[in-house]
Design a protein around this ligand. Structure first.
Ligand SMILES: C[S@@+](CC[C@H](N)C(=O)[O-])C[C@H]1O[C@@H](n2cnc3c(N)ncnc32)[C@H](O)[C@@H]1O
Length: 468
């Protein structure tokens, strides 16, 4: 991370927010102490809340000072055992009791990550500086951006989740208006994954600088992220317009590290339809199981309807009930639950969370009422469902969508803007789609979902080329 900064300023004013034992500061000071760095003095400001780790942080700062003394570089450290968010938000917003905010020219961070609820003190503090964000880590990054002087640089390691998804949109807009992106590095290994509510996330390191004028290109790289694997980094220079599509109101940060992406993008950007123009919607399954606990049943019984989870996906179709499943198979159909159910019909379902082991980011599955007899259905919150105004789809259209979404082409396109494990309904809504006729023709030639992947890919390519 320390090596990702461009030339360091002669007079470094560094902020390390959530410094822990000071590993990142130490790495940066080590780089600054190299003979050709041009650095003449260093002032470190470190924030750390955890009193247990402070002795280790003090030791690291003392080592940094000793190293700088050796190199005759004046070194000063200010250690704050304080809440970075509360203290800096107060200073940035200029509240009555706070001093004016300091200004830094270098920021390095591995911030804490935790969801913050709408009325939490952190959220209120961040709101006071115009930052609306639901996670601590984006709060840290947003504040750091405000504390950097023009041209000041930041390198941070965070979960990748801020790059897409609706919740992080205000953060993305704020960040991209304020900062210029220079480098994005993604890790592909589980070993380096963050745990966020039990969901594995991909990590990202970014280098950005404060100030208007986004550079026309961004360096994008990836590595497996395992210990000792630092030499297998693949790097490429991408136009910024490929990272953030100029016409994308969501401001998704796409990271085209896979080789198939340029081709996939070219093919998909020529597609004429949107989900809305097809008269379809995709929604997240409406049954949140822990909120309807009393209504769940392990097996179908009188008065219940099928409740479908991703564990019922099997080779492209739904296999229900699953007697050995850890999840319930049924939900009571009554006055309380009916609101959360959908009328039976043909639906296309996708998993919201895929594991790293799964070859595909997008896993789509066809629900056919011919396989599961019921009048009403419960779709659980871990899946998304495509529907037409709350009702099922025409069979050929559903099969066409099935082929399209499960194709390698869409997978290649999709994986550059989605963190490894999560597929949001918004992601599916903003994807380009073939027109209705092409989808229906695709569906008619597919006939059944159970065909091998290669045959499905060929079928999709054939129909897409027919329209372009
Ligand atoms: C993910 S750790 C990173 C530690 C260190 N930067 C590193 O990379 O090894 C995040 C650190 O932030 C600290 N932290 C959490 N909330 C904080 C807050 N509100 N203000 C300051 N530090 C905080 C935690 O105690 C923890 O040491």
């Amino acid at each position: 991370m320390a090596s990702l900064f461009d030339d360091l300023p002669a007079t470094i004013r560094l902020i390390d927010a959530g410094a822990g034992a000071g590993a990142l500061t130490a790495a940066l000071v080590y780089r600054a102490c190299q003979p050709d760095s041009g650095v003449k003095s260093i002032h470190v400001t470190a924030y750390e809340l955890d009193s247990q780790i402070l002795p280790a942080l003090r030791r690291t700062l003392a080592e940094c000072e000793a190293l700088c003394r050796n190199r005759r570089i004046p070194f000063k450290a200010s250690l704050h055992q304080a809440d970075f968010i509360q203290e800096m938000a107060g200073r940035v917003s200029g509240d009555l009791f706070s001093a004016t905010p300091p200004s830094f020219n270098v920021a390095i961070a591995n911030p804490p990550y935790k969801k913050i609820s709408t009325n939490s003190p952190e959220r209120l503090a961040l709101r006071s500086v115009g930052l609306e964000t639901s996670n601590l880590y984006t709060g840290f990054v947003g504040l750091l951006g405000r504390l950097l002087e023009t041209g000041g640089q930041m390198v941070a390691i965070t979960p990748r989740s801020f790059c897409n998804g609706p919740y992080f949109r205000p953060f993305r807009v704020d960040f991209l208006n304020r900062m210029s992106l220079h480098r994005l590095h993604v890790f592909e290994s589980r070993a380096a994954a963050f745990r966020d509510d039990g969901v594995l996330q991909e990590n990202i390191i970014f280098h950005a600088s404060n100030g208007p004028g986004q550079a026309p290109t961004v360096m994008v790289s990836s590595s497996r992220g395992e210990m000792g694997d630092s030499d297998s980094i693949t790097t490429k220079l991408c136009p910024f317009s490929e990272i953030i599509h100029p016409s994308d109101p969501e401001r998704f940060i796409r990271i085209p590290v896979n080789n198939g992406y340029p081709d996939a993008k070219k093919q998909l950007s020529g597609l004429p339809a949107s989900l809305a123009s097809l008269g379809l919607t995709v929604s997240t399954g409406r049954v949140v199981d822990f909120r309807l606990k009393d209504a769940l049943r392990p097996a179908p019984e009188r008065g219940t309807v099928p409740l479908l989870y991703p564990c019922h996906f099997n080779g492209g179709t739904v296999h229900w009930p699953k007697p050995d499943a850890r999840k319930p198979n049924a939900i009571l159909d009554n006055e309380t639950t009916r609101h959360w159910l959908v009328p039976s019909g043909i639906y296309l379902l996708t998993k919201r969370f895929t594991s790293k082991e799964e070859r595909r980011r997008l896993v789509a599955c066809l629900f056919d009422p011919a396989d599961v007899e019921a009048e009403w259905l419960g779709f659980e919150n871990h899946l998304n469902y495509f529907h037409a105004n709350g009702r099922g789809l025409d069979r050929a259209l559903a099969l066409g969508l099935f082929a399209y979404l499960n194709s390698t082409l869409v997978d290649q396109y999709f994986r550059c803007f989605s963190g490894h494990t999560q597929v949001n309904a918004t992601d599916l809504r903003t994807l380009p789609y073939p027109d209705q006729k092409t989808l229906e023709e695709m569906g008619c030639s597919l006939q059944s979902p159970g065909i091998p992947r290669e045959a499905l890919d060929q079928l999709v390519e054939k129909h897409l080329h027919g329209i372009q």
